[in-house]
Design a protein around this ligand. Structure first.
Ligand code: SUG
Length: 415
């Protein structure tokens, strides 16, 4: 049966704060701080276990090989030579699997297969190096070509940030959906990372029905305020869209187009006078996982920062009291990722598929989570100081830590 599966990125042993992402306020704000890779990865695993315990199907993707020896060669540097490029080669940014790819489930596509397009992430050098390894991993996890088609990234001139700029609305996950691609045109001082042409290329490759596909411009003010991806100001699940009033360039036109294509749509708008764009971005209220629980009710898995934020917390309480479509608010602690601008929703890639069609090595159980936690506890560095990124000893340690994980999970195909 078709089900939504969340594939979270396991947070890699090289997790660090290098301030690499222009327009991502958390990344800039934590640049140069000491990171805690072990705690980071354990927080990510605890979130996966939290969602498993809710009765949801949980998968994972492995960290990419970092530091990337290929990147050192391409940048023509030796480790430590250029601090910014060295940090790019070390970045554990593949943890944010919402940027790994865009996914169109089988009920939406012409050939009735689930199409997955790796994202080129060209705007930032530390992220642009991800996609060749990502596509290799996706082709392993979704190798059964009767059910899946995994595409290479679109050409690099068109910036593509994957599922973070894509939403799907539908009556139920297994039913045909309305796919909404959100692109940016300008963002003030900050780059608009998702280009309209990239979204259109992905939609054509996936064989989507134009009558059930929307292309919507992100509000330039939202990008300028720090919403470097649409999933910082909006999230959708089945018939519900949960969005900030200032998420889209043309909000009324967007809601009308959604309602015309999906009459059962319910749109929950958070007004700017209750939660400002600045509060939304600081708290990551919208970078939540909006999920349908096995009993049918919807829950919003938010970062603890949202639940404890004075104005956002009050708004959430009011929402629960109002008897709307979102019935539960469940906080999770992913602070180490949050400090680089990655909330609960950034850490997961949603794939609607039959779990039986996915390579079982990428599906999580509590027993497997326990195994991964043991490896993380024993092998992941406790902390990384930014100046350590040139260290050969640390490099050997983090490369080996990942290898041990691949061996234990029988995924050495990814070495
Ligand atoms: O691309 N941060 C990531 C955060 C990605 C969040 N993803 C979603 N919104 N879906 C980014 O900006 C920071 C790395 C550093 O500064 O060390 C970073 O890459």
């Amino acid at each position: 049966m078709l089900t939504e599966i969340n594939f979270d990125g396991i947070i890699g042993p090289s997790h660090n704060y290098a301030g690499l992402s222009l327009g991502n306020l958390a990344s800039a704000g934590h640049a140069g701080q000491v990171s805690y890779p072990r705690a980071a990865a354990l927080q990510g695993l605890a979130k996966m276990r939290h969602n498993l315990a809710l009765g949801l199907v949980q998968g994972f993707l492995l960290p990419l090989p970092r530091p990337s020896l290929r990147a050192f060669g391409e940048f023509a540097i030796y480790p430590g030579q250029d601090p910014g490029l060295t940090a790019a080669a070390w970045s554990a940014s593949s943890m944010w699997t919402a940027n790994a790819a865009t996914v169109s489930p089988a009920p939406d596509t012409k050939d009735a297969r689930c199409h997955i397009s790796a994202a080129n992430l060209v705007t930032m050098p530390h992220r642009a190096q991800e996609w060749p390894d990502t596509v290799k991993q996706l082709r392993l996890a979704f190798s059964d070509t009767r059910y899946f088609r995994v595409h290479d990234a679109v050409p690099p001139s068109f910036g593509d940030e994957g599922a973070a700029n894509h939403m799907r609305m539908c009556a139920a996950h297994g039913a045909p959906g309305l796919e909404i691609f959100v692109y940016g045109k300008s963002g003030g001082a900050f780059p608009a990372r998702q280009h309209e042409q990239a979204s259109r290329i992905v939609a054509r490759r996936h064989g989507l029905d134009p009558a059930r596909t929307l292309f919507v411009e992100q509000n330039p003010e939202a990008i300028a305020a720090g919403a470097f991806h649409n999933d910082v100001v909006a999230v959708a699940n089945e018939r519900v869209l949960f969005a900030h009033e200032q998420a889209f360039a043309n909000p009324e036109g967007t809601y009308a187009a959604i309602r015309a294509a999906l009459p059962e749509a319910e749109i929950v708008i958070v007004p700017a006078d209750a939660v400002s764009l600045a509060d939304a971005i600081a708290s990551y209220l919208f970078n939540a996982q909006l999920v349908t629980l096995p009993g049918g009710e919807m829950a919003l898995v938010v970062p603890t920062e949202a639940a404890s934020h004075p104005r956002v917390g009050v708004w959430l309480e009011g929402m629960l009291a109002s008897n709307g479509p979102i019935r539960r608010v469940l906080p999770v602690d992913v602070r180490q990722s949050m400090a680089n601008g990655g909330g609960p929703a950034c850490l997961r890639l949603r794939v609607v598929a039959d779990p039986a069609d996915v390579d079982p090595r990428f599906l999580l159980s509590h027993a497997k989570a326990h195994k991964i936690e043991r490896i993380v506890a024993a092998r992941w560095p406790e902390s990384i100081e930014p100046l350590e990124l040139g260290s050969a000893a640390l490099m050997q340690r983090v490369l080996w830590a990942r290898n041990v994980l691949l061996q234990e999970l029988e995924l050495t195909d990814l070495v």
